[in-house]
Design a protein around this ligand. Sequence first.
Ligand code: UDX
Length: 433
Amino acid sequence: MDMEISIIGHGYVGLVTACVFADFGNKVHVIGRTPEKISRLRSGDPIIYEPGLEEILDRNLKNGNLEFSTTYDSIKNSEIVFIAVGTPSQADGSADLSQVKVVAKEIALALGESFTVVSCKSTVPVGTNRAVEKILTENAPAHAKFAVASCPEFLREGTGVSDTLSPDRVVIGTESKKAADLLLELHKPIGGQRVVCDLSSAEMIKYASNSMLATKISFANLIAEMSEVAGANAPLVLKAVGLDNRVGAKFLDAGIGYGGACFPKDVKALAFIGKDLGVDSSLLDQVEKINHNARERFAERIVKHAKGKVLAIWGLSFKPNTDDIREAPSIEIMKYLLKNGFSLRVYDPQAMGHIRRIFGDQLSYFDNKDDALAGSDNLVVLTEWSEFAAADLEEVKKVLKNPVIFDGRNVFDPEQMGKLGFEYYSVGRKDVK
Ligand code: UDX
């Protein structure tokens, strides 16, 4: 059964969700507040970079399944409304819910006479959906019939479309059987196990999942730091640890730490929630601290071992296959390097525009990795885009003034680097000199 739904927000979560549900034949309305962005979306420009998204957007604009608007007119005919707006960190680490609350009031005022499920896709602290319910109750017209639900999103940037099509699980938190049934119906073509639960558990599942993954990464980075001192090989240690299927191999890659729009924000928010609940959540404070140490340690190693003051930087986005630089380790590391007098020649396949807006003329920007390399003393790798792993290392050695590589993502093999005659610094492995 095809449904009519509305989604408020057109970031990574809102837009990918909208495109995927429209592609299943549903009528999807996307609501945003910036007219300029809405007209770009209407013309088929997804604004964000996400593999495969542009084609789905184009297809569903053409077949009329997808519409974009700055008004809430579509709410009255929608069976399901998803809230997918930002919940950024505030100074104290707590999530800023102001956008969610504004949107909830707008939805309330626009509700029609038929039953509507209002469901948060945004990551929100325990209790937020109750607050949304209260806003709806206080502002909805007397004839409105609605129920709230929490339907957290687990997609990763860069693989957003395939993650949405085949997630490990679909979580539906609600106290309304009718709302659960409608959400289950909408998700029918989507893979993954169903977890139908209460509102608070659904809200907690999202924070707990992201914090668990971030904890694995920080654990890997702690083992990497110890391995560097002890002369052990951290990737090998962590591979062996991950072979225990109680642990699992994923998210144990040591490097320069996690970034992005979710992990840093959600770990801080869960730590804050713990304190608010009177529960000792200092484990999460340490996860964050280790994450920052990983960047600082790497930047300090560059300052200590660099030969020359001109560095080529390969990779700026917080991870490969995205243009996103939110909380990207590259930002802090490059600020530190600039402070220490280095000149940086940077290249990233997607994130250059965003980085330019932060750093302006403090950096030199290049359209490809080879031009960034030419004239550089050493090379620094900050994001593991596949084109870097595929680089012709003999050529890199010829072009660099000094064959020194700082590899923040363990892209290259130390043994090969030694054979090629590089001085090579990576994470959690012995230096090659
Ligand atoms: C994450 C969650 O994976 C996703 O479920 C949630 O919906 C949103 O947050 P995302 O931020 O897109 O997704 O990226 P992810 O692939 O999880 O990587 C996050 C960060 O961790 C990146 O900076 C990445 O480089 C880093 N990372 C990941 C590591 O440093 N080591 C690893 O082993 C894995």
